[in-house]
Structures are given as C-alpha cells and as structure tokens.
Design a protein around this ligand. Structure first.
Ligand code: HEM
Length: 471
C-alpha cells in the first residue's frame, strides 16, 4: 500500500485478513439489484464509505467483488493483469462482435497491434485541424442567445470527428439514422443490465434494438464495400484494416473490419461527448473558472484558432478537463474482469471466474485521496498535488495493457473543441434550471436533457477582436 497517499480514517485491510469481507445487507429476494437499478452511483458510493477495501455483493445469487482501493485497482489492471480476462456483457458482444473492446487473448493482441498506428502521436496531431474546423462549422449558423441540447450537439460533433479522421467517411447523410440507432442500442444496455422489465416491454425493446443494430451494420458494410470497390488505398484506418496482413499473408475478414469500425465509432464518440457535456455544465455553474479560462485563451491564442502545438501553453484548460473527468468519468465502471485462476485480493481468495468490478467513479471521489472530493476545483491539479497522488486514484481512461487506445485522441479533441467554442461563446444555464441528475448507462450521462444558452462573447470583452478573426 502506498502510505503517502493514505489517511488513517479508513485504513486498508491488512494482507493477512483471510476472512471474507462482510457483505452489506440487500433486500430479501432481490439482494442489491433494486438499489443498484435505482441509483447505482449513489449506492456504490455509499457502500464505498462504509465497507472495506474490497466490497462483496451478491447479485442474482452470485458473489461480485468491487475494488475499493487504488492499490487493488493497480493489482488487477497492471501487476496481475495477465491473470484476468476482460468481458463485456452479451449485448456488447452482440453489437460489437469481436472488436478491440470485446475481444481478448491472441485476437485482441493482434488487433491492437494493427490498429495502434492510427493513434500514434503524429497521426493524432494531423487529425487536430479537423477537430477545430468541424467545431467552427458547428458554430457558424448559431445565433447569439440560442438554446441548445448540449449533449446531442456534442454527440453529433464527436461522431462526425471519429468517422472522418479515422475512416475518412462522412456520416452527415447517415447522421440521424446512426444517432438514433446508437441511442436505441445504448438504451438496451440499461435494460439488459437491470433485467427487471416485464416480458412484453422487453420484446418491444428487443425489436427496436435489432432494427437499430441492422441499420448500423448496413451503413458500416456499405462504407467497407465502397472503399473496396473504389480501389483507393488511403492512409486512414479503414484502408489500413483492409490492407493488414498476418505473417501467413492472410487478411482481416470483412466481419472483423466491421467489428473494429463499429467499436471505434461507439467507444470513440459517446464517451467524449459525455465528457464534454459535463465540462460545459461545470463551466456554466462556475463563472470564476470560466473567466480564468477566457483570460488564458486570450493571452495565448489572441483570437487565433487553437493549434495542437499551443495546447501545452493552455495549462488551465487542461486542469478543467482533468477535474471534470475526475468528477464525471464517462467510463464510470470498467468492463468486468474475471480471474482465470484463483487470485488473492486484499488477503481474500477470489476463486477463478468470479466477477470483479473496477469503478473509477469510486476512486475519483474517495475522501482518502481527495480533499472535499465532490467539489469542482481545477486548482487541485497543480504540480504538487499531481506528484503526491496515487496512480490509480484517477484513471478515467483505465490502465495497464487495456488502457484506452483513444486517450490522446480524446484529450486533444476535447481541448481543441472547448477552446474553439469558449473563444466565441459562453454557455450559460437557463433561469431556474435544476442540477441534472446522473444516469449510469453504459457511460455516465446527464439523465435530463441539458439545455444551455450560447451567449456570444462580445467584442468588448475580447481585447483582441476575437470575433472578427472567425470571419
Ligand atoms: C473522454 C473520452 C474517453 C474515455 C473516458 C474513455 C475511456 C476508456 C476506458 C476506461 C477504457 C478501458 C475499459 C476497460 O479497461 O474496461 C477504454 C477503452 C477503449 N477505448 Fe476509450 N475512452 C474515451 C475515448 C475514446 C476514443 C476517442 C476512442 C477511439 C477513437 C476510444 C476507443 C477505445 C477502445 C477501442 C478501447 C478498448 C481498448 C483495448 O481494450 O485495447 N476511446 N476507453
């Protein structure tokens, strides 16, 4: 245990403690399922404050262990990662097949090697101009004072970005079909997880889900076919996947290419859109932070569109993004892990194939590691704070070998989008608007539609005549 980051009000279990952690009491018959269905984030947070470093629950009669200390997270994701397999739920595999997110073992290693070059630092730097351009295009038709559903807008933008820069395809013509299908599929993740719906409702959810899944499948396969027929050999990931060859000269099957595209589109847009939504929400509630951001943007960019090279000179923007990801990690829980042999966690023997859950949400709000964990305070990201911190007290992108492949992509995309929008607009809350409730779907989202007003920053507040530089 890393004692420098611990306070003693909640000491870690000693390694000798060979007894099972006591299990919090659930409701008769349904155990913890009802609490988890109603309010998973609140319930788990409550358990994390009252239970030990390893939380034991029974879900549908099976034991599930939830890690409640960063040392245990490090053990599972890094030190002992080879002893664990990772599994998405059935819905995820049904939709995504055997893409990077849902595959494991040798197939995953081969695919990760094939896809990694598309996320090389230099490549991402090339994508950045497009991120700025698409954001500026988004702003062009907006009117001063317009009220927008911010999550829907961020979703459209990030979807368009990932499709264009990775696969060189425009989704504009398919945007509504893709967005509606993705929303339907995401909704099914909730229903599947709860397993509490009556049969008739489940059937209707299933029907809509299958139609949505078929629509996405058709669109992705159409793009693959068009590329194959065009004979074009571009530098984008779609071309790379179609040209990839194994040592024995065999190529990737069309099904595998389809799985990877869908995986990257799904994993690469909804997470970033949800992260951006919370950034705008926090900025709309913290005008003092917003004002400092504006001052930094003006001092560094002076009204010019941001470039990737200049991101390093925007440290306050970076702090805002980090702090927002801490409070609202889009991947609030990682995919389930299952040990492939018996393992010991916090002195407790966990039999092979037992479900182990890893929730960044819990470590990000753990008062043992964060002072006033629920407070939005970008200043906690100053150098000193960062040095003392446990590596796994903050891990919005996961860690170890299964670290998010899109981590740099997402960080740059978010920074450039926020800078570009904040240069021109303030996003303000509507009068009497309530705090949005949180919804733990496959990603963390605002449950209620978050509408924000775009208020043009007047030329008088911008010392540099910012508005004119956008023409
Ligand atoms: C703020 C944005 C994002 C967040 C918070 C995020 C978070 C994560 C996390 C936590 C994991 C690990 C899951 C686990 O270990 O169970 C992951 C994996 C993954 N992410 Fe992201 N992600 C983001 C953006 C992106 C983007 C932009 C892309 C692609 C364009 C992407 C593609 C993937 C893929 C393919 C995996 C699976 C990697 C593997 O297992 O090899 N993500 N992401």
């Amino acid at each position: 245990m890393n004692s420098s980051t611990l306070t003693l009000d909640h000491p870690p279990s000693s390694p000798e403690a060979a007894t099972l952690p006591s299990e919090p009491r659930g409701l008769p018959g349904v155990g913890h399922l009802l609490y988890l269905a109603r309010n998973p984030l609140g319930y788990m947070l409550q358990l994390s404050r009252t239970q030990g470093d390893l939380i034991r629950l029974s879900i549908r009669g099976r034991p599930v262990y939830v890690l409640n200390h960063p040392d245990l997270v490090e053990q599972v994701l890094v030190a002992d990662s080879r002893k664990f397999r990772r599994a998405g739920n059935d819905t995820m595999s049904e939709v995504l097949g055997q893409g990077l997110l849902t595959s494991d073992g040798e197939l995953w290693r081969r695919q990760r090697r094939a896809i990694q070059p598309a996320f090389h630092h230099e490549r991402i730097a090339r994508y950045c101009d497009f991120f700025v351009e698409s954001t500026r295009d988004y702003l062009l038709p907006l009117r001063d004072g317009e009220v927008r559903d911010i999550h829907a807008d961020m979703q459209r933008l990030t979807l368009q970005n990932v499709a264009r820069v990775l696969f060189d395809v425009g989704v504009e013509q398919d945007m509504e079909a893709v967005k509606t299908s993705l929303d339907t599929i995401l909704a099914r993740f909730d229903h599947h997880w709860l397993g509490l719906l009556p049969a008739w409702l489940l059937r209707s959810v299933e029907r809509r889900y299958r139609a949505a899944s078929a629509t996405l499948d058709r669109i992705v396969r159409r793009h693959i076919l068009e590329r194959q027929q065009s004979g074009l050999q571009g530098e984008d990931l779609l071309s790379m996947l179609l040209q990839a060859r194994d040592a024995d000269g065999s190529g990737m099957s069309e099904q595998q290419v389809r799985d990877e595209i869908l995986t990257l589109i799904m994993a690469g847009h909804e997470t970033t859109a949800s992260a951006l939504t919370f950034v705008w929400y926090l900025l709309s509630r913290h005008p003092e932070v917003e004002a400092r951001l504006h001052a930094e943007l003006e001092a560094v960019l002076g009204g010019r569109p941001p470039t990737v090279a200049e991101l390093q000179r925007l440290p306050y923007l970076d702090k805002i993004l980090q702090e927002s990801l801490r409070l609202y990690p889009p991947a609030f829980a990682l995919l389930d892990r299952f040990p492939m042999e018996d393992v010991t966690l916090a002195g407790v023997r966990i039999p092979k194939d037992t479900e182990v859950q890893v929730w960044p949400w819990l470590q990000h709000r753990d008062p043992r590691f964060w002072e006033e964990p629920d407070r939005f305070d970008p200043e906690r990201w100053n150098q000193d704070g960062a040095r003392q911190r446990h590596r796994f007290s903050f891990y919005p992108f996961g860690g170890g070998t299964r670290l998010c492949i899109g981590v740099r992509f997402a960080q740059m995309e978010m920074a450039l989008m926020v800078a570009t929008i904040a240069q021109r607009y303030r996003l303000t809350a509507l009068p009497g608007q309530r705090e949005p409730r949180l919804h733990a779907s496959i990603t963390l989202r605002a449950k209620d539609r978050l509408s924000l007003r775009f208020v043009a920053r007047s030329a008088t507040t911008s010392r540099t005549g910012l508005l004119h530089s956008y023409g």
